[in-house]
Design a protein around this ligand. Sequence first.
Ligand code: ATP
Length: 142
Amino acid sequence: MATLKLEIVTAESPVFTGEVDALIAPGTVGQFTVLPHHAALMTMLEPGELCLRVGGQETFMAISGGFLEVLDDKVIVLADAAERADDIDSARAEAAMKRAQEQMRRPLTGPEQAAAEAALRRSLARLRVSERRKKKRGDRIT
Ligand code: ATP
């Protein structure tokens, strides 16, 4: 079966290199799926969840926005930040979420509003990915 060669890179370090069957990414107009033989594409990503599908298993990562390029079954994700579930500090994400929500209750300029919304989306993505991991662990125990 055809696969995609995926590379996820942040400014700080490479985060993932490997083959996946499919990738679901948070685009600016909603989630989209990249499968093998996808047309060439270059697009921006919003803060959200990245889902890597390999052999029927799904792994989720939180990304804080960036770019995605598809060319000849090779996908490159350049993210501002990307974390696997295990690397997410959920207390920190929760604090960031509350800060952003508080910020959004005040009168803000356009850029301040956009920054607070982006911070909120980043924190929610981290909390969702971290929560999925906890649920998966719980499933295994029961
Ligand atoms: P905070 O306000 O908590 O710093 P942020 O959304 O402003 O959150 P970013 O600017 O997106 O943070 O990320 C800065 C660095 O901190 C990146 O390396 C990112 O991976 C890491 N990071 C941010 N939040 C978390 C978290 N909750 N758990 C683990 N790493 C995090």
